[in-house]
Design a protein around this ligand. Structure first.
Ligand SMILES: Nc1ncnc2c1ncn2[C@@H]1O[C@H](COP(=O)(O)OP(=O)(O)OP(=O)(O)O)[C@@H](O)[C@H]1O
Ligand SMILES: [Mg+2]
Length: 455
């Protein structure tokens, strides 16, 4: 890595002969040098450049060297200041060092000493800066917007995402629930030139066929009973931006065909409309279903699959990248410390072992929820084994003894999932009416988002 840049040094002294001799010595060593004849001038020149070092005479009329150093440190606390002093005042120079000077030179100067001292300072500073730079580079690699990982496959995904962000290609993101598909889609949008246009997400599983149709394409006034006004669909609203088709694996065969046609022709009509509207948005899609299997079973159109799958990203489940678990735990602690106003410092060894060993069927989202809960119940500022509760974490969890309510909650969640959150069908399966189901969903705080996949 080459980080050669000019080193800027400011010499502040009221004696012209000192300024001149220092300038010529230092310039010979390859530094850029500028002078000021007093403290006031020096402060004026401070914003002009990125100064690396200041050589400041101790005794000057008006503001003395220490006052100047104090002033400089108010705005540039890291500035290296070297105090220059006559032999008689070395005591004061030592005091200056206690007040934050980096070193002092005693007049008359020995040019070789000065040369050597400054070379050492510059080298040291360069090393510190290189380290900071490297550390930042390293951090950047582990991150893509809000996503973090140090898993090799994930880092390849981050790279790929950065590359495809610049294009307009359709991307299909696959992965289990909670692996970060939506997070990745948002990151692609944010890294793309469309970043200032909207990111619009459609959850394809939560709506009936006709609702989803008008959600996507919009409808004209009077297109069907209840269509009292013109409504623009998400495809139209996402113009210039990104349209994220979430849970694309759940849409009906008819809509699959409509969508295929629209994507191929890059234009569409509102429901009940005749005007063709061009698609300006970029399309990203995601699913936690195995689309290959769905194709084999005749539930998903292969032509739509190939249309969406121009670029394919498969996010590995958390249990296949356990090295990310401590990283994510730290990340979530940081996040919730801010949100909850807490000061949790970390996780005990035992608690971390439990988390690293867990199967995490709900992946990073489940881990986030477990960390959040642990932070709420933690007594001190360390999360211990007792705070980590994995009991309700889905298929992989230890069955233990469950309360009736827990079983009811899990069963409702299961049925809702199997029915893609179709309330009418789920209520029918459960043998209760819709209102009762809504009430139970509310009571248990069930959310589509927080649900682990049931294949
Ligand atoms: N790599 C990651 N770094 C940081 N947080 C993550 C990461 N992956 C997932 N998360 C967390 O998990 C949550 C769930 O992620 P996201 O909603 O993107 O999952 P998903 O794959 O879309 O799940 P689903 O299929 O259930 O919709 C995120 O809000 C985030 O808090
Ligand atoms: Mg999602």
């Amino acid at each position: 890595m080459t980080m050669e840049k000019t080193v800027n040094i400011m010499v502040v002294d009221d004696e012209e002969i000192v300024r001149e001799s220092l300038t010529s010595w230092l310039e010979e060593d390859g530094y850029h040098v500028e002078c000021a004849e007093g403290g006031k001038k020096a402060l004026e020149r401070l914003p002009e450049r990125n100064w690396d070092l200041m050589l400041v005479d101790l005794k000057m009329p008006g503001m003395d060297g220490i006052q100047l150093m104090d002033e400089v440190h108010k705005t540039s606390p890291d500035m290296l200041v070297i105090i220059m002093t006559a032999f008689a005042t070395v005591d004061t120079a030592v005091k200056a060092m206690k007040k934050g000077a980096y070193d002092y030179f005693v007049k008359p100067f020995n040019p070789d000493d000065i040369s050597l001292t400054i070379r050492k300072i510059v080298d040291h500073r360069k090393l510190v800066q290189e380290n900071q730079f490297l550390r930042k580079e390293l951090k950047k690699q582990y991150k893509l917007r809000d996503m973090i990982s140090k898993n090799e496959k994930m880092l390849e995904i981050f790279d790929l995402a950065r590359t495809v962000a610049r294009s307009n290609s359709t991307v299909l993101i696959q992965g289990e629930s909670g692996t970060g598909k939506e997070l990745l889609a948002r990151a692609i949008h944010d890294e793309s030139p469309r970043t200032n246009a909207p990111f619009i997400s459609v959850s394809c599983a939560s709506l009936t066929e006709s609702l989803l149709e008008s959600e996507l394409f919009g409808h004209e006034k009077g297109a069907f009973t209840g269509a009292a006004a013109l409504k623009r669909g998400k495809l139209e609203l996402a113009q210039d931006g990104t349209l994220f088709l979430d849970e694309i694996g759940d849409i009906s065969l008819k809509l699959q065909m409509d969508l295929l046609r629209v994507l191929e022709q890059r234009e569409f009509r509102r429901v009940g409309g005749s005007d063709l509207i061009a698609i300006g948005s970029r399309i990203l899609a995601a699913t936690n279903r195995d689309l290959k299997k769905a194709i084999a079973e005749g539930r998903f159109r292969p032509d739509l699959y190939y249309r969406l799958n121009v670029i394919s990203i498969q996010i590995p489940p958390l249990r296949e990248r356990r090295e990310d678990i401590p990283l994510l735990v730290e990340h979530f602690i940081e996040k919730f410390n801010i949100e909850m106003g807490k000061e949790i410092r970390g996780v005990s060894e035992g608690a971390m072992r439990i988390m690293v060993d867990n199967e995490w069927p709900g992946n990073a989202r489940e881990l986030r929820n477990v960390v959040e809960r642990a932070m709420v119940v933690a007594k001190g500022n360390l999360i211990t084994e007792a705070d980590v509760s994995l009991s309700s974490s889905g298929p992989g969890a230890n069955p233990g003894a469950k309360s009736l309510e827990e079983i009811e909650k899990e069963h409702i969640r299961l049925v809702l999932n199997e029915n893609h959150w179709n309330i009418v069908r789920s209520a029918h399966t459960l043998g209760i009416d819709r209102v009762t189901l809504y009430n139970k969903i509310k009571k248990y705080g069930l959310k589509r988002e927080g649900v682990a996949p049931k294949e």
